[in-house]
Design a protein around this ligand. Structure first.
Ligand SMILES: Cc1ncc(COP(=O)(O)O)c(C=O)c1O
Length: 344
């Protein structure tokens, strides 16, 4: 590893954090924490809120629930706006909840709910939060870099993502940006923090350092990934994910399988959840695919455990990969007793 207080690392972190600003579509600093996405979520909460603050946690799945738990852990008064898993949040409900309680200071929302495969209408949610002048804190862990997130244009106050998702890098880094309103909130935020104190991170960025020893190796990977992403171009990356998302959805329906997300407008272009057919165990299917088809699919989380399986399709993924996934399912499912539709 290079010296993390030396010149090479300074140049590296400054280069990657500048490139990240393009992807965040923000003029504000993007700070890089040595943590997984959850560390970034915790940083978002503790740097902008105080114990006792009223917070509206919009939850459409496991990661929305996690955001609410983090805020609760640090003493926020959390009001939950929860939806059935597989559905998206309705911006009108958010508007109503905020109008009914003027004391709600901030809204926590997941952009792309990885546990269900739903993408929330973030721009519309942001509009209602802006209209009512509250703080909007966004978990963009499995969306940023793969599907559009316009941090400044949409008025997102805190945006968090993690290196192992659309960025195609090993786990270990979280990226976070704060708007001017976010930094203003930071001035009076009283939740305890030390490792994730963003002021310390912001102060050291001009020197090309982080307050604590960073996961240097992951920065090297990030630099390569960002170069590749810049070469492909954001619009083309988004178009590829949209194309591949559609290919997965069409392909699984063609196999007679049922996607969890009924309303395709909110179907994620980075992950697709599929209801496991009656009589087949998710764990058995996953093991067969891994052992014999070199294919790793995810199971369900929380209350969807054993009920769905998930195909991840973000980052370094192309049509060829998806053909392999669909072809493997077409072969493996009948081995477990599944009957393919007649035309297959
Ligand atoms: C939407 C979302 N939020 C948060 C997280 C948590 O990130 P991590 O597992 O990197 O801590 C994940 C991880 O899968 C995620 O998909």
């Amino acid at each position: 590893m290079v010296d993390h207080r030396g010149r090479r690392f300074a140049e590296l972190i400054q280069r990657v954090s500048t490139q990240l600003k393009d992807f965040f579509q923000t003029k504000n600093d993007v700070l890089i924490l040595s943590a997984s996405g959850t560390g970034g979520m915790e940083a978002a909460v503790v740097n902008t809120l105080s114990p006792g603050d009223k917070v509206l946690a919009v939850s459409i799945g496991a990661f929305g629930d996690r955001f609410a738990s983090i805020a609760e852990t640090y003493g926020a008064q959390v009001m939950r706006l929860s939806y059935e898993w597989g559905q998206a949040a309705n911006p009108e409900d958010v508007a109503r909840a905020l109008a009914e309680d003027r004391n709600i200071k901030a809204v926590l929302v997941t952009h792309n709910e990885t546990s269900t495969g739903v993408t929330n209408p973030l721009e519309e949610i942001a509009r209602v939060v802006r209209d009512q002048a509250r703080l909007l804190i966004v978990d963009a862990v499995s969306s940023l870099g793969a599907i559009p997130v316009e941090t400044d244009a949409w008025g997102l106050d805190v945006v968090v993502t993690g290196s192992q998702k659309g960025w195609m890098v090993p786990p270990g880094l979280a990226f976070i940006s704060l708007s001017e309103r976010g930094w203003k909130a930071n001035e009076s935020a009283k939740m305890p923090r030390f490792y994730f104190d963003l002021v310390r991170h912001r102060e050291l960025l001009p020197k090309g350092q982080t307050p604590w020893t960073p996961t240097v190796s992951v920065f090297f990977g990030l630099e390569v990934a960002l170069e590749r992403m810049a070469a492909e171009g954001q619009e083309r990356i988004f178009a590829r994910h949209a194309r591949i998302g559609q290919m997965v959805r069409n392909g699984v329906k063609d196999l007679g399988l049922k996607p969890l997300v009924a309303d395709e407008r909110f179907a994620s272009n980075t992950v697709t959840s599929i209801k496991c057919p009656e009589g087949i165990e998710v764990a058995v299917l996953r093991r067969l695919l891994e052992d014999e088809y070199d294919l790793v699919l995810a199971g369900g989380q929380g209350k969807l455990s054993g009920k769905i399986f998930r195909i991840g399709h973000l980052g370094l993924v192309g049509e060829e990969d998806i053909r392999h996934v669909l072809e493997s399912l077409r072969e493996a499912l009948p081995r477990l007793g599944y009957t393919l539709p007649a035309h297959r």
